[in-house]
Design a protein around this ligand. Sequence first.
Ligand code: CTP
Ligand code: MG
Length: 186
Amino acid sequence: MYLPLALFELSIWIGLPAWIANATPVIFGGGRPIDGGRVLRDGHRILGYGKTIRGFVVGVVLGTLTGVAQYLSAPHILPVLGQFVTVSPDMEYVLFMTVPSAILLSIGALSGDLLGSFLKRRASIQSGNPSPMLDQLGFIIMALIFAYPFLQPQSVYVVILILTTLGIHWVSNALGYLLGLKEHPW
Ligand code: CTP
Ligand code: MG
């Protein structure tokens, strides 16, 4: 009965460092762009003004700190989880977030973000303009790939995490539109 909920929560748990790493540069980023303002032969910036050194560093630090908090709280969450479901070895495995996993999830998320930005510029999409699949999935997929040497969750967690990441973007964009913060609901 509680099992689907536990699987959902543990999938979100895996994604937390990557989500924090991806979201916090929007608040704390800015300043010198990573590409130094350079333009490639196609006439477009390598990455654009939206990808800054401070944003990258802040994202990695806060994503990693999120993982440290998860690592420290896992032993306390385990008995609580155990009151609702029989905690299987694979559930315990993903609950115990390790610091190397958190670092790689964070660096992977931000590298995925940069790769997405690079591909958008090559496709002549201006900085800040959306590219739905790249903006929403690039960071989470790269985060999982980077962390793979340390974090190999069963595919059910990966599928739920990817679908949830898509869902969160959809809800946050729709909310932003309804609140008048965004011009379009996508
Ligand atoms: N940001 C940053 N450094 C990063 C990533 C993001 O400073 N490494 C900040 C920038 O202020 C950026 C904002 O977060 O404008 C939103 O990030 P994002 O949507 O990822 O970038 P875009 O501005 O949309 O740029 P792009 O089109 O290249 O994706
Ligand atoms: Mg954007």
